[in-house]
Design a protein around this ligand. Structure first.
Ligand code: PRT
Ligand code: MG
Length: 214
């Protein structure tokens, strides 16, 4: 019988989580990058992994369809934390939430002059909070990806997006003008599961916390 379910997204979250799982003695029996399976068995009969979209991880955990999950802080800020414990910053999948504009756009003077800025982003909650704290008036335009395109075709003056190497900005002639916050992935736990399955969850939590990269 399967006892706990861990929700993960493939790509960078899975890659960075695999060493933490290993430290907890958990190894997936299939590689999610090559397998089409959405439920992956592990070497432990009591643990299975489910592969979902990054932004869907908190939803599976909140409703108890998964007991544990790994999600970026960016995702958690947009989703909200109802029903979720967030005991560990795993310090993986790190990047920065930033404001970026086309090369040559004078962001500072636009802000100083109180211009109303059009901001395209997937991170509407985070962007709204950031600009409201700064007292900058913005119109937020919700996108689901490829935000870098928006200023290039006149959809927005600026974007709020995640930046790691900076290569995507550079390739699209954009520059970061403001850091909103550092981002990393967090362990999230369904609150009821933590109480009911503490005997299985607690050792995983401890192994993860010992194995967090610094
Ligand atoms: O792809 P999908 O729509 O399913 O969801 P997703 O894009 O949110 O998932 P995924 O797997 O790409 O990212 C999962 C998590 O990784 C995010 O929620 C972040 O917490 C974290 N992360 C870390 C990043 C990045 N670094 C990152 N660089 N997520 C996205 N990016 C993107 C960024 O949006 C931009 O388009 O990579 C591009 C910039 O990268 P650089 O290296 O060119 O600066
Ligand atoms: Mg992606």
């Amino acid at each position: 019988m399967t006892d706990i379910t861990i929700a993960l997204s493939k790509g960078r979250i899975f890659e960075d989580t695999a060493p933490l799982l290993k430290a907890a003695g958990i190894v997936a029996l299939d590689d999610p990058e090559s397998s089409r399976k959405l439920i992956l068995a592990t070497n432990k009969a009591s643990v299975r992994l489910i592969i979902v979209r990054a932004s869907d991880v908190p939803t599976y955990v909140q409703y108890g369809a998964a007991d544990l999950g790994i999600a970026g802080k960016d995702v958690l800020l947009e989703h909200g934390s109802a029903g979720l414990y967030q005991p560990l910053d795993l310090n993986i999948a790190r990047c920065k939430m930033m404001v970026a504009v086309p090369e040559g756009f004078d962001y500072d003077s636009a802000v100083r002059q109180g211009a109303r800025l059009r901001i395209a982003t997937k991170y509407v909650q985070t962007a709204r909070e950031h600009f409201s704290e700064k007292g900058v008036h913005v119109d937020l335009i919700k996108l689901y990806g490829s935000m870098e395109l928006a200023p290039l075709v006149g959809l927005a003056d600026a974007i709020v997006d995640l930046v790691s190497s900076g290569n995507t900005l550079k390739a699209n002639h954009l520059v970061a003008v403001e850091e909103i916050m550092p981002i990393s992935a967090r362990l999230i736990i369904n609150q009821a599961a933590l109480k009911l399955k503490r005997d299985i969850i607690q050792p995983v939590l401890e192994a993860f916390s010992q194995a967090i990269p610094r």
